[in-house]
Write a protein that binds this ligand. Sequence first.
Ligand SMILES: *[C@@H]1O[C@H](CO)[C@@H](O)[C@H](O)[C@H]1NC(C)=O
Ligand SMILES: *[C@@H]1O[C@H](CO)[C@@H](O)[C@H](O)[C@H]1NC(C)=O
Ligand SMILES: *[C@@H]1O[C@H](CO)[C@@H](O)[C@H](O)[C@H]1NC(C)=O
Ligand SMILES: *[C@@H]1O[C@H](CO)[C@@H](O)[C@H](O)[C@H]1NC(C)=O
Ligand SMILES: *[C@@H]1O[C@H](CO)[C@@H](O)[C@H](O)[C@H]1NC(C)=O
Ligand SMILES: *[C@@H]1O[C@H](CO)[C@@H](O)[C@H](O)[C@H]1NC(C)=O
Length: 404
Amino acid sequence: MLSFLVAICVLLQFSQASQALHNDFISSVRASETRRSGLAPRLAVCGNSSHLIQQQGDIDMLIRVCSDNIQGDIVVSSLYSDPSLDLGSIKSISGDMVIADCVSLSVVHLPELQSIEGSFKVSNITELSAIVSPKLKAARSLVWQKLPLLTDALLGDRLDSLEDVLITGTDLVDVDFLHKLKEVRSMDLNNNPSMQRVDLALQKVSERLSIYSNYDGTDVQLNLLKVCEELFVKSADSLGLNSLRYVGKSASFVDNSLSKLKLKSLKHVNGTLSLVDNTNLDSVDLPNLTNVDGGILVVNGTTVYNSNALGALDQIFPYTVLTAQKKGKKRTTTSSTTILHYSVPTILRDYEQAAAGADLKQSSHDQSIEATDATDNSSVRVGASTLRMIALWLTTLVIGLLLI
Ligand SMILES: *[C@@H]1O[C@H](CO)[C@@H](O)[C@H](O)[C@H]1NC(C)=O
Ligand SMILES: *[C@@H]1O[C@H](CO)[C@@H](O)[C@H](O)[C@H]1NC(C)=O
Ligand SMILES: *[C@@H]1O[C@H](CO)[C@@H](O)[C@H](O)[C@H]1NC(C)=O
Ligand SMILES: *[C@@H]1O[C@H](CO)[C@@H](O)[C@H](O)[C@H]1NC(C)=O
Ligand SMILES: *[C@@H]1O[C@H](CO)[C@@H](O)[C@H](O)[C@H]1NC(C)=O
Ligand SMILES: *[C@@H]1O[C@H](CO)[C@@H](O)[C@H](O)[C@H]1NC(C)=O
């Protein structure tokens, strides 16, 4: 009987022990499962192609879980309602950094950020006044738009690599934080009403450079720029382009308050050179210019050309010159008519080669060309009849609209 009881006790003990063992086993499995399942979302989060940030805490979590080098995009959208955003220790982002439509965001801090492999886009934030990113060195593009209170871009002194830049609708006074850029594909600075100065060390623009409708009378200094595929400048009151040698397509200077335009190194414009609505312009100096393949268009300027203005020009396609009189100034017929001295055979030959060309060239052809002597220097007088003025203005308007 006793032995029976002992046996039962032993059995009970054993079953309890085995139960405990079993429990131990289960819990250790559970633990390892939780450990593993703790890892699983971490990898999923860090490997995600996009990280949506709804509050500052999401950034802190991202750093804790994924380290300082973030794979994918960081997207801060309209759901973000804090007044400031701080990327903390984040050093690099392999995708885009997008901050858009946040209602009350006023300051963005990116204290350690050095590179954004994609775009740095900040847009449509009415309260944003400062972007602080002192260590940023490179991004593929910088797109800042609709930031009406943005006055401070504290980007330090390292930013030297951007392919494309668009800054529009900000309150920035200058773009000095871009002064280390030597080469870009495109740069577009427009409608920044306080931007009084654009002073850059760019040497090459492989697609398009546009600076327009900023402060009324922007000081534009691009004195190291040698080669620019396409150039458009509007609303400038001074312009330094001392090194510009080659323009691949068109160069357009529209509605600037400049009184002098001197492009002393310009040699070749493989497109149209347009001077439109520069009503204060009274001297144009292009001493090195030899080729303008698409013609020269001058509209509504009081520019007085003389035979030196277009110095070395020996190949010129049909050009159109339209002068208007300066307000309050009476001019004689002679001074409001532009006279350029070139040998007519050259002009005609070039014109024939380009005959199948654009409407612009066509309309130029309609201009009266009075040749006094085909072999000698000839005066090419270009009158401005009302009809032609209207036709030209339509052309200019279309070109203007295309450019803008
Ligand atoms: C990855 O991102 C998508 C879309 O942003 C989101 O729906 C998903 O929950 C994210 N996955 C993880 C594990 O965070
Ligand atoms: C700009 O942001 C506001 C506020 O978040 C939003 O309501 C509006 O739709 C946004 N506008 C555009 C053009 O995205
Ligand atoms: C023509 O261009 C060269 C090279 O940029 C420059 O040194 C020279 O001064 C220019 N000529 C004139 C008349 O400015
Ligand atoms: C001028 O432009 C034409 C096309 O518009 C191009 O084929 C040609 O190579 C250009 N010339 C130079 C010198 O770049
Ligand atoms: C020339 O410019 C003046 C002043 O900007 C403007 O009033 C006028 O209409 C322009 N002329 C033509 C022909 O468009
Ligand atoms: C032709 O024009 C050049 C300058 O454009 C001038 O130096 C030269 O004297 C002119 N020749 C004649 C014959 O008028």
